[in-house]
Design a binder for this molecule. Sequence first.
Ligand SMILES: Nc1ncnc2c1ncn2[C@@H]1O[C@H](COP(=O)(O)OP(=O)(O)OP(=O)(O)O)[C@@H](O)[C@H]1O
Ligand SMILES: [Mg+2]
Length: 657
Amino acid sequence: MSKPAEAPSPDPLAQLIQKKQFVGWLCNVDYEQALVLTRDDWKASARGVPQNCFLIAAPVDSHKVTGEILLLRVTGAAPLPANDVVAGLKVEKLKQRPAESAAGDAFSDLAAEQFQLGGLQCRVLGQFYLAHGQLRLGCDVESYSCAAGLAVYRPEGAALELIVNYISPERLASSREEARRLGLEGDLPRFPIGTVRFSSTDRLHRGEAASRAVFHLNAVDFLARRTAVFGMTRTGKSNTVKQLVSVVKHTSSDFKLKIGQIIYDLNGEYANANQQDKGSLAEVFPGATIRYRMIPTPGFELILNNFFHQVSEGHSTLRGLIEASKIPRTADLEAFLSMDFDGPNREDCSSDYEFQRRSALHDLKLAAYRAVLARAGYELPAGFKFVFEVNPGIRNKVNPSVDPANGLTAPQMFEWFQLVRQIQDELITSTGGSWVEPDTNVLINLLLQKNDQGGYIPGYRLLQPFKDYHAPNRSTDVCDEIYQHLANGKIVILDLSVGDPVQRERLGKRIARHILRCSMATFNAGQHAPHIVIYVEEAHNIIGRHEALTEIWPTIAKEGAKARLAIVYATQEVSSIHPNILANTENIIVSHLNNHHEIGELARYYDFGDFTHSLIRAQDVGFARIKTLSNPFVIPVQIDRFDPEKEKKRGVVAKAH
Ligand SMILES: Nc1ncnc2c1ncn2[C@@H]1O[C@H](COP(=O)(O)OP(=O)(O)OP(=O)(O)O)[C@@H](O)[C@H]1O
Ligand SMILES: [Mg+2]
């Protein structure tokens, strides 16, 4: 954590200048670039000048500090005008030196002013100034003087913290406004997630004697926004996601704002304490976390639905599974796939009588469908009975001693439909064909394994392979249940590391669709939808480049913000993400990438181009370059390791200003 480098000064501009961090003089500047003259001993006393570090160029005379203060980023070395001459002299000196001579420094007898000088190429990031006593940072330079002779410092500690955590007063005001709209009382919540780091080798600028600068994330930047987490495998993407979940969770608890979070956990690393990482989110926030899995596991809810209760959901799951399978299609199977199980609406019926008649037919259809499931071995929910009304004329014809209104068991139900089939012609004649719907007839065919002509069909057996997708103990739709948890501010972890991949993807999409539909409906009704953050790992699979923008994930990424849906997506490949979505992503966090193609994609955004070399070279875990909505430029940060013990204890919230 940071320790103040110098006694803080009340003047915000003066706070940026740390005299002991002097590294040189500004010798050339324009709107975009600056050249700084530096010297070895100055650099050494400021604990080095790593590539990509920030520099402050300010007038030496402290009275003039209110004038121009430039913020620079070192992008490389640059030759000084006298370089050729100096290089020539150095070569001459070296030529005279015997092999492996240990007799002092090669140039120790030469004047430091002449031989230790070098140039630093910098990009001008902006200009600090005061307006109404407030520190402002313009993201360009309004004017500059070529001969101002500005002194250049490498800020660290408190001054660096001021720079990297700078938020413009406008952004601050608008996020305060946003915070108020979100129902946050008080100031904008901010959370430390790491410390500034410029290079992989950090012996000097982050060493024992250095004063580190803590970087904070603003929770408001992430709510109802899009965030990308990029980086090669094992460079800390999941760790970053855990940090974000924890930032949002603390915001939610500290500000008494319900923020639901749902994690698509493809590897099961958030749900379980895995071998590499001690502690999982579920362990850190036990009371607030609900875990789901596709197979029964202690401590996990089942993602699946109860096919007997959530009939439409169950049927649509079966449809998806059958369509994805190689089962040969018969006429009955096709008819089964195209069925729907929505009941009649009173408004669509001309009379109460008509409504009751259609409702009774619908109940019969449901009974036939459930009988097929039961016959195929789908376990009945505890205490389940088949209950439906049939008019007395039909009832007596089928079996006068059995009244389905009193409830039938599965074997009784099967027998009842067998009897129905035996007297079907008679029933049809006596009711003019209106007693059974065509769909019900198909279901009876599947149940009895006979087509309309009496020929054998596999019928209910076709549904047997999918029994495991039915959850007999569930009473509500799993999507509804998850949405309710999210609306109550819980963390839902969908552990998708086990189960059939096809079904996993379908379920994942169905849950996402449900979240979007419910939140959009609330938004369209003119109400506030609950805050929900959706985290997706391996995002290239679902919001990939070739995904139609109308698919559910791109739709959430594009339009979810309206309905207070935030998405955080993590992947190894920048180029795999749909360009429209990337262009609309407000926050980008990147760790090591291994090729120029990926970096090229990224370099098109903000000032990531400055980090091209460093991103390829530095492979350090958790060393990220971060651009958030609030930060005007990219900040290189070493993200803290997610520490379950610390998280459990954490309650202190840093507040902006
Ligand atoms: N900032 C960090 N500081 C220290 N250790 C870290 C940091 N981030 C991650 N680690 C450790 O490095 C390992 C890999 O991290 P993580 O799982 O987050 O990487 P990843 O990018 O998600 O990998 P993958 O692509 O395999 O999902 C883990 O053991 C983790 O604890
Ligand atoms: Mg990961």
